[in-house]
Design a protein around this ligand. Structure first.
Ligand SMILES: [Zn+2]
Length: 141
């Protein structure tokens, strides 16, 4: 069975021509944006101004790290990163679709959202969530 790692945080496409997106919040008063959703704006400290906002499917890579020692349920090595969502905030994410090497990616690189399995849970369910993959390979020639 597929289980969402965070309920209501993303949309998984049901057909090939649909794009996935993330569901976060935007403050209608000051413009503050975040993902996942928040009830209260951290800048205005008000709970009446947060609106739901869709982000994605593209982002720019901010920084990344190759993880050599995996927590339970993960397979090392893998890449975790911060990406800046198009018209959105900077978020933490796992990276897929490239070799888990120190030189695999370049900050500023265009990344695309994918919704896929993150890991198995204790009951054998597939936990699905968001990851980003490079749109183009680095130094493609
Ligand atoms: Zn605000």
């Amino acid at each position: 069975m597929e289980v969402s790692i965070k309920k209501g945080a993303f949309h998984k496409p049901e057909s090939p021509d649909e794009k996935p997106y993330l569901i976060g919040s935007r403050c209608s008063s000051c413009g503050y944006m975040c993902f996942p959703k928040k009830e209260v704006c951290v800048k205005c400290v008000r709970d009446d101004c947060m609106e739901e906002k869709k982000f994605g499917p593209y982002a720019r890579l901010d920084s990344y790290a190759v993880i050599q020692v995996a927590p339970t349920g993960f397979t090392a090595p893998y890449i975790q990163a911060y990406v800046v969502l198009e018209d959105g905030p900077k978020i933490f994410t796992l990276i897929t679709g490239c070799e888990p090497r120190d030189d695999a990616l370049e900050p500023g690189q265009k990344m695309e959202l994918v919704i896929e399995k993150i890991r198995d849970d204790e009951k054998g369910n597939s936990l699905i969530g968001w990851k980003f993959k490079p749109v183009e390979e680095k130094n493609k020639s």
